[in-house]
Design a protein around this ligand. Structure first.
Ligand code: SF4
Length: 517
């Protein structure tokens, strides 16, 4: 039965985007509108439909001159080599060869033209990939453990669960009109590789004694999110068996759809509803919808490794290894992705794995083949042993392509990381995240050093600058970083950060890490 939007009873209480969504569902762009516009051309695209393009994973690129970005869902970061080759071919044929890995394990193209987008949809669908609902007010890419199935540090393989939840929500018109974007993670990694605290809904590893037996399952977190008003997710007092994950996901998403705020766009994320209700009321409402569940069990998260996997590591499977490679600021080209697919076919398990730290993992490499993989010329740039600062630098898209950006980020991030690597020797990694505006796609708040783009008036006029915040961390003791006073001109960022880090190096106590300083 088609879902009836109860919130639409009083349209005077809805923001403009809600009215656009009520006229036509965002999913209507796929197969119909976009194909029409592909024939009629860029100039024919109506403004409201341009908004709906997001449901197809398509955004207008900066400057607005007829080019588009597209995001492709890579749920849990798992990608077959056939899929990787298709992505590389699309980037080569239509996207000037450029491929970005996002902080949600997705792949992003640039430079696409409207007339090519239907062919891109078909090519993606042929290999079981979708850009659909990678953007828009709907359930997006499901973040997860990129090592699912091979991870010594996971309680269980979550691959099938991610597929199940993704399969339920993808293109499901009962859930294609949420108040705003909606982000889930499902991971059983004990180092919180799904970044649970910053998701709208997250499942993390847990166990509980039930009927005298230890059952492995999940704890549930709701209401996390970043942007201008960041919230850490709250844990609900319930334990979820693997078989009930989908039921809980549907229940939480239903609450958000029906009770979430739709009056003000900047106040529409699930985090605001959870903050107002509190975890207990939210749980009671969830139980009304899906029935009662056992209370919380033992939390199995023991720390946070920020989803970094660089280097060679043994897998769960005897004699096999995964090799984490650094992709500087998440950017690579079509030739490199094709090469990675070739290396995985030749020496690995025909899979590539993207990470929320914007990197990539080769897996299933037998002990005897590890030296051969390490000798591949491609690994000189996509290194398993990258320089310390480059290895931990994350960046959003920034003004190169993003219409919301205030400053350029990716190129700047590379320059700053190179500067720090050239000038500082340190015995620990410091995570540095760049964002080009308050929307925080580069997840500035969880970085050791978070950098948010802004502008400052100088004698030469307005110049790009950054605000600095320090000390963010997730996992046990999770907290967002705290802003330092003042702003730094973008051109001065390398030397200023070098001073900050050297100050830390000189005055830190034994065993103290940057976020504790
Ligand atoms: Fe664009 Fe802002 Fe997101 Fe960066 S943080 S990609 S500038 S919206």
């Amino acid at each position: 039965m088609a879902y009836k939007p109860i919130w639409a009873e009083d349209p005077t209480k809805l923001n403009k985007m809600e009215l656009i969504k009520l006229q036509k569902d965002g999913l209507d762009v796929i197969r119909t509108m976009i194909e029409t516009y592909a024939r009629e051309g860029y100039d024919a695209i109506e403004e409201d439909d341009m908004q709906r393009f997001k449901w197809a994973g398509v955004y207008e690129q900066k400057p607005k001159d007829g080019h588009f970005m597209m995001r492709v869902r890579i749920n849990s970061g798992l990608l077959t080599t056939d899929q990787a080759r298709t992505l590389a071919e699309i980037a080569r044929d239509y996207g000037r060869g450029l491929i970005d890995i996002t902080t949600r394990q997705a792949i992003q193209f640039h430079w696409l033209r409207i007339e090519h987008i239907p062919d891109i949809f078909y090519r993606l669908e042929d290999v079981g990939l979708y850009s659909y609902e990678a953007c828009g007010d709907c359930p997006r890419t499901i973040v997860g453990n990129p090592l699912a199935g091979i991870d010594k540090d996971e309680l269980m393989d979550t691959t099938a669960l991610v597929h199940q939840v993704n399969g339920f929500f993808l293109l499901n018109r009962d859930f294609s009109n949420l108040p705003r974007k909606y982000k889930m993670s499902i991971s059983s990694n004990i180092y919180n590789s799904g970044h649970a605290e910053i998701q709208c809904l997250a499942f993390t590893p847990a166990s509980k004694m039930l009927n005298g037996e230890e059952v492995l399952g999940f704890h549930v977190w709701v209401g996390g999110g970043l942007s201008a008003k960041p919230h850490l997710a709250q844990q609900l007092d319930l334990f979820v068996r693997p078989d009930d994950v989908l039921k809980v996901a549907v229940g939480v998403t239903t609450i958000y759809r029906d009770e979430g705020y739709r009056a003000k766009r900047h106040h529409a994320r699930l985090k605001f509803l959870v903050a107002d209700w509190g975890a207990e009321r939210f749980k009671e409402k969830l139980f009304e919808l899906i029935g009662e569940m056992p209370s919380r069990g033992d939390d199995k998260i023991v720390g946070w490794k920020a989803a970094y996997f660089d280097g060679v590591h043994p897998q769960k499977q005897e004699g096999l290894n995964y090799i984490g490679l650094n992709v500087p600021v998440g950017r690579m080209n079509a030739r490199e992705l094709t090469e990675l697919a070739r290396i995985s076919d030749e020496y690995g398990d025909q899979l590539l794995r993207t990470t929320v730290s914007q990197n990539i993992i080769l897996s299933g490499v037998a002990d005897a083949n590890v030296p051969k993989v390490l000798a591949e010329p491609l690994l000189e740039r996509l290194s398993p042993y990258p320089n310390r600062f480059m290895s931990r630098t994350v960046s959003c898209t920034g003004s190169e392509f993003c219409n919301l950006a205030i400053v350029e980020t990716k190129e700047r991030a590379v320059q700053v990381a190179q500067y720090l690597d050239a000038h500082i020797e340190l015995d620990e990694e410091i995570r540095i995240h760049f964002i080009g505006c308050p929307n925080a796609c580069g997840q500035k708040h969880i970085a050791d050093i978070g950098l948010q783009g802004t502008l400052i008036q100088t004698p030469k006029g307005m110049e790009e600058a950054f605000e600095i915040a320090i000390g963010g961390i997730l996992g046990p003791g999770a907290k967002f970083n705290e802003p330092l006073k003042g702003r730094v001109k973008a051109d001065d960022l390398g030397p200023v950060l070098a001073q900050l880090i050297l100050f830390y190096k000189e005055y830190r106590c034994d065993e103290e890490t940057f976020h504790q300083f």
